[in-house]
Ligand binder design. Structure first.
Ligand SMILES: Cc1cc2nc3c(=O)[nH]c(=O)nc-3n(C[C@H](O)[C@H](O)[C@H](O)COP(=O)(O)OP(=O)(O)OC[C@H]3O[C@@H](n4cnc5c(N)ncnc54)[C@H](O)[C@@H]3O)c2cc1C
Length: 409
């Protein structure tokens, strides 16, 4: 049986985030884009409202997400709805302003590796800064290096065991929230020629000797987001910060590469949903613009090709949203979802780019004005086809899942 209606809990959550996006975030978005940041009080108020960038598991101090059964309750065995909540929240926060979603205080992309691979003690330690009621804090995730992003097995940041420490040397690039993070999950290798088996993940805490922040990127879009270069020079990381502990890597198949990839199964539908939110925002901007405007004395909306374009936009946005919700539903039910997660990520950013481009084009010079929201959306949407795996990489993942015995070069 397929149910296409959101449960009342999910629908209530969606309505709440939609109101926040429209009434609180949107009025601040253009100024944040111009100044490259939101005011600190904005983050405090988001945290006070219970919003967290990445979930803190309930057993490690987080709160049950809206719609989730409380820990220990009879209904605990029911499937989770946390992935669908994250997808819906991602869509509507991005609708308000795509920069906000990457800025929300919380463990961020660093959360899933800690949750997936961390020992109970590591989860207790590293989720502690994000418990409700604490000052706002960020976590981060550093995989990409100046010479490699898509080919994650090619990382060169070295880790060498030295007594009860590992010594890290190398550079990471494009790390979201990397400068302000209280800790960052850093992927390194024992041997750059050793492929996946040689990779390890560490939680590197702010202030660790040998760890510093390099340049902050100035970007085309998402200008209110912090994107940092991280530098490791003889950085001494205690063995207790090796994610999963030594035993994890001694077990067959214990490699941080799996940790990095499993993170994507949860995060890709969310990132795809952000592109859906951007597409919906551009669609609404265009719809409102043409509803008010006139062309040659006639209301623009009387123009049949334009009406068809609007209908096509809406159809593609809904299709993209369903792909995201399906991948999230599978994750909530504990089903393998790599293929479906990549399908959503391959599709939604393309739709987002097309809708933003068409909207700006149809609005003409008005669309290109700096103070118009659609101009910002047009700049913001591109990166959703780049980070968390580019569109090409998603299509390759899907092809490999469909044809596992054929290697595509
Ligand atoms: C705003 C922003 C935030 C980011 N945040 C983070 C973060 O928090 N943590 C992090 O680790 N990284 C982050 N990234 C990095 C991002 O994940 C990488 O940019 C992305 O994975 C692409 O890697 P690359 O830039 O090295 O491009 P490349 O991998 O060099 O790709 C360049 C081009 O080649 C294509 N290509 C590559 N390989 C293949 C192939 N096998 N087949 C066909 N085409 C291929 C790609 O699709 C792309 O078009 C961020 C990037 C940005 C822009």
């Amino acid at each position: 049986m397929v149910a296409f209606r959101l449960s009342s809990r999910l629908a209530a959550f969606e309505g709440m985030v939609r109101d926040l996006a429209r009434n609180v975030i949107r009025p601040l978005a253009l100024e944040a884009d111009r100044t490259h940041s939101y005011p600190a009080s904005f983050y405090d108020s988001l945290a006070a409202m219970g919003y967290s960038g990445g979930q803190v598991p309930e057993e490690f101090g987080g709160e049950a997400a809206a719609g989730e059964p409380a820990a220990g309750s009879e209904s605990k065995k029911r499937p989770s709805s946390s992935n669908r909540l994250m997808v819906l929240g991602s869509e509507w926060l991005a609708y308000g302003d795509p920069s906000v979603i990457l800025n929300i205080p919380g463990p961020g992309l660093g959360g899933p590796p800690v949750q997936i691979t961390g020992t109970p003690e590591q989860k207790r330690r590293f989720f502690a800064p994000f418990k409700p009621g604490q000052p706002v804090a960020w976590g981060a995730y550093a995989l990409t290096e100046p010479h490699c992003g898509s080919d994650a097995k090619a990382i060169r940041t070295r880790c060498v065991k030295d007594g009860d420490h590992y010594i890290l040397n190398g550079r990471k690039t494009y790390c979201s929230n990397g400068a302000r993070a209280v800790w960052t999950v850093v992927f390194a290798t024992l041997d750059p020629e050793g492929g996946r088996a040689a990779q390890r993940a560490f939680v590197v805490e702010k202030g660790t000797p040998g760890f510093s922040v390099g340049k902050l990127e100035s970007k085309l879009g998402l200008r209110a987001c912090e994107t940092a270069e991280l530098v490791f020079e003889d950085c001494r990381v205690p063995v207790e910060n090796l994610l999963g502990g030594e035993e994890y890597y001694q077990r067959a198949g214990g490699t941080s590469f799996k940790t990095a990839m499993k993170t994507f199964d949860k995060s890709r539908p969310m990132v795809a949903a952000m592109a859906v939110g951007i597409a919906r925002a551009a669609y609404h901007e265009l719809r409102d613009f043409v509803s008010e405007g006139h062309l040659g004395g006639r209301p623009i909306l009387r123009n049949a090709p334009l009406r068809i374009t609007l209908a096509t936009m809406r159809r593609k946005i809904e299709a993209a949203r369903l792909l995201c919700l399906r991948a999230a539903w599978m994750a909530d039910h504990g089903e393998p979802n790599s293929k479906e997660a990549s399908m959503s990520k391959a599709y939604a950013p393309q739709i987002g780019q097309w809708v933003c481009s068409e909207a700006l084009h149809i609005m003409g010079g008005h669309g290109a004005q700096r103070e118009r929201f659609v101009e910002k959306l047009y700049r913001d949407v591109k990166v959703f086809d780049i980070f968390e795996g580019t569109g090409q990489i998603q299509r390759l993942v899907v092809a490999r899942r469909l044809m596992p015995n054929i290697r595509i070069q």
